[in-house]
Design a protein around this ligand. Sequence first.
Ligand code: SF4
Ligand code: SF4
Length: 128
Amino acid sequence: MKLLVNFSRGKGRKPIIAQAVRDTGVLITVERAVIDSSEGEALIDVPDDQCRLVRDKMTSLGADVRILEHGITFNESECVDCGACISICPRDVFSFDDEFRLRLAEERCILCGKCVDACPHDALTMPL
Ligand code: SF4
Ligand code: SF4
């Protein structure tokens, strides 16, 4: 299960992800992160049965945590099978089947948004 974590990095703040790993014992995979001197956003992956434990721990440490139930949203009726998303996706989420129809391996998605910008038919959107 993927969690989107937003946190501030003000003076005296402890490293939230490291502290959550230590306190919960859950191994956390960081899928992507954007962090500067004052704040950060990280997309993390944790085992499904432990995501609420990690979420509650991070929330208690001052982070804003969203559980993401799904990867990128695909509107098949708008897709023209152009393949632009296949070439730009860093996680090989997209592929063509034997009939050159687009298929998704949604569980690989790290919600980077690159395919949304690349799609010429607005067939891809970020989940709310
Ligand atoms: S959001 Fe990023 S990782 Fe997810 S399908 Fe699009 S390009 Fe691939
Ligand atoms: S870029 Fe958009 S229209 Fe092209 S194959 Fe991907 S989802 Fe379909």
